[in-house]
Design a protein around this ligand. Structure first.
Ligand SMILES: [Zn+2]
Length: 443
């Protein structure tokens, strides 16, 4: 018996009430109506939505003086483009300056692709809009609400010390089979695959690193491909090689790009390219050379904390505009590929391979940036750039968060630094392992 079933489902009951509110149904209707519009009408609608978010931004401490000075621009795109780019550090230092007064909101945290934790606020519309976006994305790939969704996305659903199946539980409110991303090993992978093969699970929502581990195992053991209806990947980079492997062994890949700051939403098409949701935000591509661009985006969905021209730190390859038709037949805007996270797996002494670990930093308010480094099979070093308020209790909290996911078989040490290393391409890696052999392919 997994004692977590009851508290987990109680949490999901509350989350269901929040996410599937009347606002959710309004968002679903708006999304459906937007999809029916001709490209020109979508552009006009995007301008109107941008105008609305600029009006909300003008009520915040950060943007009020900036936008006051730009009233001569009638066109909202021109007004937007007269603003400076917004750096993540500016938001980290003074998040309240971006919050519109007198609006109900909930707090959220992220560490994102740069290892820098942020404290964010979202309104109820934003929460419902995100849920509607995922719901609609899943529907477009053939999923319906009566189909159970298998999930491998870093949820803590069983104790880390658990040795025997099940390594997951059922979420009755969202009709999901939620599996642990922290128990994947050679010994347990057969159980995961058997669970996924069992009816009625035909759809999987996973971190690319977790899906890659399953797909690689199926290929290596020459087991029959899973033949799922769709595999929904989000939150990490999906390399072309990983996409091909998961496509062949698990089922057709659908990838989504988004961020906790809620500024940009893109999903892949039949041709494997990313298409922007232009009802969600306005995206710009800042040239970096070599046909690579930083994604700089303005979200329309969160009026309590509007972020304009926000530098995401994520890199898009070969973007294309409205006037270009993608190989799938649909017009842009979008891009050929997104290079976001490229983390290593941590391999624990008992053989579990753990992909994404940035949850560890989500609540860490006094951390400017951090990186997890595995130096030996039993040694984890946390490299942390501290904010002035950082105290002993922050270290204890980080250690506890890490051990909850890795188990007590590893030792954690802390290293306080002024700078974190980047790859030769200038990319930041949140998790680096000096002893992992098989990696799911960064860039
Ligand atoms: Zn396309």
């Amino acid at each position: 018996m997994n004692w977590r079933i009851v508290p987990y489902n109680l949490r999901m009951m509350a989350r269901h009430a929040l996410k599937r509110s009347a606002l959710f149904h309004r968002c679903m209707a708006e999304l459906a109506a937007f999809r029916e519009l001709a490209p020109e009408a979508r552009r006009a609608r995007q301008c109107a939505l941008l105008e609305d978010v600029l009006a909300s931004a003008a009520r915040t401490r950060h943007y009020a003086p900036l936008l006051q000075a730009l009233q001569r621009f009638d066109n909202p795109i021109e007004r937007l483009k007269a603003l400076p780019y917004l750096e993540k550090e500016v938001v980290r230092v003074a998040p309240d300056a971006f919050v519109a007064p007198a609006r109900f909101s909930i707090t959220a945290h992220t560490s994102g692709t740069t290892g820098t934790p942020l404290r964010l606020r979202r309104d109820l519309y934003c929460v419902a809009r995100e849920e509607a976006g995922f719901f609609q994305w899943h529907q477009a790939a053939g999923w319906t609400a009566v189909d159970e969704m298998a999930v491998l996305r870093g949820d803590i659903v069983v104790d880390i010390a658990r040795q025997r199946p099940p390594f997951g539980l059922r979420d009755v409110f969202f009709n999901r089979r939620v599996l642990s991303s922290y128990h994947l090993s050679e010994r347990t992978l057969p159980w995961y695959l058997a669970t996924l093969r069992a009816a009625p699970t035909r759809f999987l929502a996973a971190y690319p690193s977790s899906a890659w581990l399953l797909a690689e195992y199926v290929q290596r053991t020459q087991a029959a491909p899973l033949g799922m209806g769709a595999v929904f990947l989000a939150s990490e980079t999906v390399t072309p090689a990983a996409c091909a492997l998961i496509n062949a062994q698990l089922g057709p890949v659908q990838a989504q790009y988004g961020n906790a700051e809620r500024v940009c939403w893109m999903t892949t098409c039949a041709a494997g390219c990313y298409h922007e949701d232009t009802q969600y935000g306005f995206t710009e591509y800042l040239p970096l050379g070599d046909d690579r661009y930083e994604i700089v985006a303005t979200g329309f969905v969160n009026h309590v904390m509007p972020l304009l021209r926000y530098r995401t730190g994520d890199i898009a390859v070969a973007p294309f505009g409205w006037e270009t038709r993608c190989a799938c037949g649909q017009p842009g805007p979008g891009c050929a590929q997104i290079l976001g996270r490229a983390d290593d797996f941590i391999v624990t002494p008992d053989g579990r391979r753990i992909g994404r670990l940035d949850h560890v930093f989500k609540e860490a308010q006094h951390v400017i940036a951090a990186q997890i480094l595995q130096t030996t099979p039993t040694q984890i070093e946390l490299r942390v750039i501290r904010a002035p308020q950082y105290a002993t209790r922050d270290e204890a909290a980080l250690r506890a968060e890490l051990l909850t996911r890795l188990g007590a078989t590893v030792a954690v040490t802390f290293c306080y630094v002024d700078e974190l290393p980047r790859t030769a391409q200038g990319k930041f890696r949140a998790v680096v392992s000096a002893c992992a052999h098989a990696q799911h392919g960064g860039t």
